[in-house]
Design a protein around this ligand. Structure first.
Ligand code: IPD
Length: 323
């Protein structure tokens, strides 16, 4: 049914006015059918299967796989496991959703510019179903044998997130969310922390994988450290976001992240009752790279925005080269 609905007009035969209209109608119908054929819960189920399978590879091989190469900087690592996990996830998703689009970290050239433009190529025109995948978020931890890495799968329908799955295989923690349906940890509903005071917050952050970003982050942390209870860098942006959603961290802040690092986690935080914006307080979209996620209680979020903007730590300098 989908094949017929999506079939293209014959090449080299310009459509007549009436045919153009019918082609548009067919595409609209196909688009509508893709939106409705697959329910969010069906998509979620397949993402969970894929994330668990990749998670098993991560758990079994953590600390046992060498770095294959570095990407844009010496801190930006790739192993064969990243690619193997991504291939496995893509195969599982495509088996069930053959018409869906797939943006995976390992298919994209290194650096911020390439990552932003790869995402852009999937946003216009908007895709009916787009999977945004980081097969191993926390690759440095994975290589070092530190058990803090996750599989992250965000799913967007026409540029709006509808499903987010983050799987942490070492503790067997599965974080899931569907738009409008709440967020769950191993099937139990989870909520952001109830904390209302900045001084009582525990803040997660990452330094990124280039000096360009690290310098900005250190400036931001210098402003936030005196006014927060504690700061933690766990080495995986997606894990930080899952922990904000679960109420373990109150805040996560990091500049210049890619869509595959933060899309699933952003939906989790929102569905757990939190707030996700960029570092200037503009609501999160798939294009956001400088992220601030919090429990959204009291004035915590706006106070952090103000502090970051005052410190000039709300955005890393625009990259001059690939990193
Ligand atoms: C990295 C992690 C890290 C963050 C980096 C990311 P990767 O992702 O999320 O916490 O600081 O900016 O690139 O390379 O391990 O998938």
């Amino acid at each position: 049914m989908e094949t017929d609905a999506l079939s293209k007009p014959p090449i080299n035969v310009p459509p007549t006015g009436a045919e153009t209209e019918s082609i548009h109608k067919r595409h609209a119908r196909a688009s509508h059918s893709l939106q409705t054929i697959y329910s969010d819960s069906e998509i979620l189920d397949v993402c969970i299967i894929a994330a668990r399978e990749a998670g098993q590879i991560i758990r079994d091989t953590c600390g046992k796989i060498a770095v294959e190469k570095t990407k844009a900087t010496v801190q930006d690592l790739v192993t064969v496991a990243d690619k193997n996990c991504q291939d496995l996830i893509e195969a599982r998703l495509k088996e069930r959703f053959p018409f869906a689009d797939f943006l995976g970290e390992e298919n994209v050239a290194p650096g911020a510019i390439a990552s932003a433009s790869a995402l852009q190529s999937f946003l216009t025109p908007p895709r009916d179903l787009l999977f945004i995948v980081d097969p191993i978020d926390g690759t440095t931890n994975f290589v070092s044998g530190i058990p803090f890495s996750v599989v992250s799968i965000g799913v967007a329908r026409r540029n709006e997130l509808c499903v987010g799955v983050i799987y942490e295989p070492y503790r067997d923690e599965l974080f899931t969310s569907m738009k409008g349906q709440g967020a769950f940890l191993n099937g139990e509903k989870m909520s952001v922390s109830p904390e209302r005071l900045l001084i009582n917050t525990v803040l997660g952050f990452g330094l990124g994988s280039s000096s360009r970003v690290a310098t900005t982050m250190i400036k931001g942390l210098s402003a936030l450290e005196p006014v927060t209870r504690g700061q933690r860098a766990l080495g995986s942006a997606a894990l930080h976001l899952a922990y904000v959603a679960a109420g373990r961290l109150t805040v996560f802040y990091e500049c210049d992240l890619s869509s595959w690092d933060i899309s699933a986690g952003s939906l989790l935080v929102k569905e757990a009752g939190g707030r996700v914006t960029d570092t200037r307080g503009v609501p999160y979209t798939l294009e956001t790279r400088d992220i601030l996620a919090s429990n959204g209680k009291g004035d915590i979020h706006t106070q952090i925005v103000d502090l970051l903007v005052q410190a000039g730590a709300d955005a890393a300098p625009i990259p001059l080269s690939l990193n």
